[in-house]
Design a protein around this ligand. Structure first.
Ligand code: HEC
Length: 118
């Protein structure tokens, strides 16, 4: 009887510990949006670099994105923040393709992280 209780109690503890460690390891993957990987974003940005400079201010097809997050506003007049830049990436327009369905949420988070480094 005593042994059984001990087993029951310890398996509850083991389960709780397992659940906790699972949720801890899963958490960063669910984070999408905030914790992008700038190095991966740089790779994904290659498809954007056809139209956007990042190391000089010269306009290509689209405006240079050098220092994007150091600016106050986008060309549209909206403030530069993750939400507005993401909206631009998703919707495109005026010569820029819409990336809403072309990039995964991870890709977009990584690209945003990369844009923050410019
Ligand atoms: C075919 C060319 C083209 C490609 C590819 C392209 N863009 Fe653009 N992008 C543009 C043009 C043109 C504009 C200006 C749109 C406007 O003025 O409304 C723009 C605007 C932007 C802006 C707003 C800049 C500002 O100062 O307001 C951001 C941010 C941006 N693009 C990011 C990206 C990212 C990230 C990618 C890749 C996922 C990308 N673009 C791919 C052509 C392109």
């Amino acid at each position: 009887m005593v042994r059984q209780k001990f087993f029951a109690a310890s398996s509850v503890i083991v389960c709780a510990a397992l659940a906790l460690s699972l949720s801890l390891t899963a958490a960063p993957k669910l984070g999408g949006g905030k914790d992008g990987d700038a190095a991966k974003g740089k790779e994904a940005f290659e498809q954007c670099a056809i139209c956007h400079n990042v190391d000089n201010d010269e306009k290509k097809m689209g405006p240079s994105l050098k220092g994007l997050f150091k600016r106050k506003t986008l060309a549209s007049g909206k403030p530069v923040n993750d939400a507005n830049v993401l909206a631009q990436i998703n919707a495109g327009g005026n010569g820029m393709p819409a990336y809403a369905d072309m990039l995964s949420a991870d890709d977009k988070a990584n690209i945003l992280a990369y844009l923050h480094t410019l």
